[in-house]
Design a protein. Structure first.
Length: 140
């Protein structure tokens, strides 16, 4: 569970049974907003966005609230946190300036670094994603 202090100063992972912070997962001082998605198996993925809407941090948490992996925006760093769109059964969907990506929810590693879509909804039957217009399609 992630709570956001009404003053917006600090976000913590807390144990649902006790309400105490999970000290092994320091999310830190907020510079933006957090949103989280549960993969319906065992991983919750949380994203912190700056006030400009760019992702700053992507964190994978197990069912105890412990951090499994983290991707943080670093100037010139090796990885860029994708903008999170959905999480489902071990897959993390999102996109970067280079296009859609799919990450492994348990490790944060690239599963499909050149995905064709970043769905906003995924279930056992289908995914729903925005798609560019087909060539020759008039724009309204």
């Amino acid at each position: 569970m992630v709570t956001i202090n009404p003053g917006g100063y600090k976000t913590e992972v807390i144990a649902a049974a006790t309400g105490t912070p999970v000290t092994t997962t320091p999310l830190g001082q907020d510079r933006g907003k957090w949103q989280c998605f549960y993969d319906q198996r065992s991983i919750t993925v949380c994203e912190s966005q700056s006030f400009s809407g760019k992702p700053e941090v992507l964190v994978g948490l197990d069912e105890s609230g412990a951090e499994r992996w983290r991707i943080a925006a670093q100037p010139g760093g090796p990885r860029v946190p994708p903008e999170l769109t959905a999480v489902w059964h071990g897959a993390v969907y999102g996109f970067t300036d280079a296009g859609p990506v799919v990450l492994d929810a348990a490790t944060g590693a690239d599963r499909t670094p050149t995905a064709t879509a970043a769905p906003h909804l995924v279930n056992e039957y289908f995914g729903i994603a925005s798609a560019p217009p087909l060539p020759g399609t008039p724009r309204s």
